[in-house]
Design a protein around this ligand. Structure first.
Ligand SMILES: NC(=O)c1ccc[n+]([C@@H]2O[C@H](COP(=O)([O-])OP(=O)(O)OC[C@H]3O[C@@H](n4cnc5c(N)ncnc54)[C@H](OP(=O)(O)O)[C@@H]3O)[C@@H](O)[C@H]2O)c1
Length: 274
């Protein structure tokens, strides 16, 4: 496993995204991920599976200290009182005294950002999380957040895969020393059938999904692919033993023009233009 370091956080460079991994099947998938070597779990209050993440961790026998656990607070809980309450609920669900990383899941359009960032910093000061960060923040929102935060923001978790151009927000995040955690890194299943990624993968004895993950890793990002399939879980971790050539990276970069944004709910901010 490789790691990305950001403001004191030591983040395993591949994590498992656990959205939709609920109930017994979810616990089994997360436990399988830990068994095959994942050491980074990405959950959220919104996913309704913090309990499953905690259960899978305990059932796996892997030491808590070896696993990097992220959870997130919904924009509907952006006011400080609600924020503090739901963080306590998340920890109770996980049955843990603290997480490694706590994120503002989406910026709120109603609550001033300074209030939510204040609550995020307080959660860190209170020992409920080792590190704090944001998700779905644009360059403008990053500027605003860094103006009001009293603690370093270690990551910006955003959509990233070869079919979207996120250059501006990646550059703005990395310039501040933040890790860019790439969600939907295999475009929610659209990568595996792609001709170019398949062809590039074949040249390295790898799959299209592995090429997408490798492209993100080579750009310094932290992809968090989801899978319920043991073979896919293993495959998605196995991206550290090959290197894409400059020409291959350029071909993948050109696919950014596809302009596919998989995650774009009504409460999304006004995104940076490519
Ligand atoms: N911060 C945010 O707002 C936000 C938003 C969306 C997502 N996320 C996070 O990002 C994580 C990942 O996103 P996602 O789960 O939506 O999409 P994803 O990881 O891009 O794609 C998941 C899909 O790809 C398939 N897959 C995985 N590995 C594969 C492989 N090696 N070969 C072929 N197919 C493969 C999976 O099917 P199988 O199960 O059959 O393998 C599943 O259908 C989420 O789980 C969540 O933790 C965060």
């Amino acid at each position: 496993m490789q790691y990305v370091d950001a403001h004191g956080a030591h983040i395993p460079q591949i994590g498992i995204g656990t959205m939709t991994l609920t109930g017994d099947a979810g616990t089994t998938a997360i436990k399988t991920a830990l068994e095959v070597g994942y050491r980074h779990l990405d959950t959220a209050a919104h996913y309704g599976n913090e309990k499953e993440n905690g259960e899978a961790l305990r059932a796996s026998g892997v030491s808590r200290a070896d696993v990097f656990i992220t959870t997130k607070v919904r924009p509907t809980d952006a006011m400080p009182d609600a924020f503090a309450r739901v963080v306590d609920q998340s920890l109770a669900n996980l049955q843990l005294p603290f997480v490694d990383l706590l994120l503002i899941h989406w910026p709120s359009k109603e609550v001033p950002l300074a209030l939510t960032v204040g609550a995020l910093c307080k959660a860190k000061r209170d020992g409920k999380t080792k590190h704090i960060g944001v998700s779905n923040f644009t360059t403008a929102l990053l500027d605003e957040a860094w103006k009001v935060t009293t603690e370093p923001l270690v990551c910006n978790q955003i959509e990233c895969h070869p079919f979207i151009n996120q250059d501006k927000v990646i550059a703005a995040s990395q310039a501040r020393g933040m890790a860019v955690v790439a969600y939907v890194p295999i475009a929610r299943g659209k990568i595996p059938g792609d001709e170019a990624l398949g062809r590039i993968g074949k040249a390295h004895g790898k799959s299209a999904a592995q090429v997408s993950l490798r492209y993100l890793v080579e750009r310094g990002m932290v992809p968090i692919p989801r899978s319920t399939n043991r073979e896919h879980l293993k495959e998605n971790l196995d991206v550290f033993d090959f290197k894409l050539s400059a020409a291959e990276m350029a071909e993948l970069k050109a696919l950014n023009a596809t302009n596919l944004r998989v995650v774009n709910p009504p409460h999304a901010p006004v995104w940076d233009t490519p």
